[in-house]
Design a protein around this ligand. Structure first.
Ligand SMILES: *Cc1c(COP(=O)(O)O)cnc(C)c1O
Length: 461
């Protein structure tokens, strides 16, 4: 089909929603390393994970072999309320940049949570309900995950307890109210409601909290209450699996119009949206059916892929979670107050870490001010006010399109537009006022974080 015929928005019909999630691990030659018990350093078993996680989700976490995992009917029904998500041809952005490149983005901001996180929240709540649990606990940084999970829990009638990083709790009061509206209980972290929270408060009374710390509190809260489990919004393989609905819809839409992306770009916090977007394309690459360039974009202030080490590390500050082999800056790394709250995690999903280490994916880091410049330019021509996290992908997509302008190449660029930025008005204000700063950690900062990585045989850094 010729490009003239491609509409601004490609919508799929309801019955084109994928019937299964795609498990890219099945096609990987080098599988991601298993989660390890932090005490024995042996791979975590199903039984060891059971007190913390939902049974079905553990099975998904440990499943490296089944290529397709069927999406239960109830989850597909929920997906139909806001999916399939549109694939947009950024004609206006192309025109503005005067590039011969063709730019597409998959838009995940069309739901109240404002991001892709609802795709996994609804799946996790479903499995918790199926297991007969009373409720779930979780952490939230910027608030998108807490919103998504509270929506999913209210749908299934589950109790939901959210530990929200204290700085965000104070800076984003409206996120907080959305979460409360959906019936979740929300606690600023660190709090005095858990042992680990009290310990952190005693040591750092002034701390604004961190994602790693909120995770430790949520895990402790789940373990202490019968009928509760802990759920996580990113980083884990199960989350990446649920997010493949993004990539599967995209590949269906592109195949329908005969479009083949040359470059696929996504922002990377814990890695779930990027992993979900690229997985089906990566599958084709791994099976030798097609080739693509994949680019992970992270903030220069929290550069786990571009400046971290590929080692086993703690997933949380309190060291109560299993060890994961991943690109990490160390669980004690304290990212500077960057406005892209969803990208402030010290580590990276282990599938993406392995793919990056195997040179199947590239990574790039970008500074905050240039990200907001790109966000502003995008908003002015494409209409959507992007989330700061998503704008990292916009920035690199624009850079690649401008390269095409220099070389005259008509490349096809695809990026993930993970969400909207309506709750990030302080960030936009700082940018509009010209008071936004860029902080890049020094070698010393990086080394300080990495010093906290656990040392044991075969975990040299
Ligand atoms: C949470 C979030 C991200 C980053 O999380 P990943 O797991 O890396 O996808 C990106 N964009 C938005 C809008 C988010 O809410």
């Amino acid at each position: 089909m010729s490009n003239e015929k491609i509409p601004y928005k490609i919508y799929l019909s309801e019955n084109e929603l994928p019937a299964s999630w795609y498990n890219v691990r099945a096609d990987m030659k080098n599988k991601p390393a298993p989660l390890l018990n932090p005490v024995t350093h042996k791979p975590m078993t199903f039984e060891e994970l059971q007190p913390v996680f939902c049974d079905e989700l553990i099975k998904q976490e440990l499943n490296d072999s089944d290529r397709e995992i069927p999406i239960p009917q109830e989850i597909r029904e929920f997906y139909k309320m806001y999916r399939p998500a549109p694939l947009v041809r950024a004609y206006c952005l192309e025109k503005k940049l005067q590039t011969p490149a063709k730019i597409y983005y998959k838009f995940e901001g069309n739901n109240t949570s404002g991001s892709h996180k609802l795709n996994s929240a609804i799946a996790q709540a479903y499995y918790a309900k199926q297991q007969g649990l009373k409720g779930v606990t979780t952490e939230t940084g910027a608030g998108q995950w807490g919103t998504a999970l509270s929506m999913a829990c209210s749908y299934f009638g589950l109790d939901c307890q959210v530990y929200m990083v204290k700085v965000s709790y104070e800076q984003k009061p409206f996120r907080r109210e959305v979460i409360r509206t959906y019936g979740a209980k929300i606690t600023p972290s660190p709090s005095d409601t858990t042992e680990v929270g009290r310990k952190i408060l005693a040591e750092f009374p002034e701390t604004g909290g961190s994602l790693g710390c909120a995770i430790s509190e949520a895990v402790e809260a789940a373990k202490k209450q019968p009928g509760y489990r802990y759920v996580l919004g990113s980083v884990l393989n199960q989350v990446l699996l649920h997010q493949t609905v993004i990539g599967l819809e995209t590949i269906t839409a592109m195949d329908k119009y005969g479009i083949k992306p040359d470059i696929i770009i996504g922002c990377a916090g814990g890695g779930s949206n990027l992993g979900g977007l690229i997985a089906p394309f990566m599958g084709r690459k791994l099976r030798g059916e097609a080739d693509y360039r994949f680019i992970a974009v992270e903030p220069a202030s929290c550069p786990s892929l571009t400046r971290g080490k590929f080692v086993y590390d703690f997933c949380d500050t309190g060291h109560v979670c299993p060890l994961s082999k991943m690109y990490t800056l160390g669980s004690e790394f304290m990212p500077s107050p960057n406005h892209a709250g969803g990208l402030r995690y010290h580590g990276m999903n282990s599938v993406l870490s392995q793919l990056y280490d195997d040179k199947l994916m590239e990574a790039r880091s970008v500074e905050q001010t240039e990200v907001f410049r790109a966000a502003q330019e995008f908003a002015r021509v494409e209409g959507i006010l992007p989330a700061p996290e998503s704008s990292h992908a916009i920035k690199v997509a624009m850079d690649e399109a401008l390269k095409c302008k220099e070389t005259g190449e008509e490349k096809t660029i695809l990026f993930g537009l993970t969400g909207t930025g309506y709750f990030d008005m302080y960030a936009y204000k700082a940018f509009n006022d010209g008071t936004m700063t860029d902080y890049i950690p020094t070698e010393e900062d990086i080394n300080k974080g990495l010093a906290g990585v656990p040392r044991f045989p075969c975990n040299e850094i």
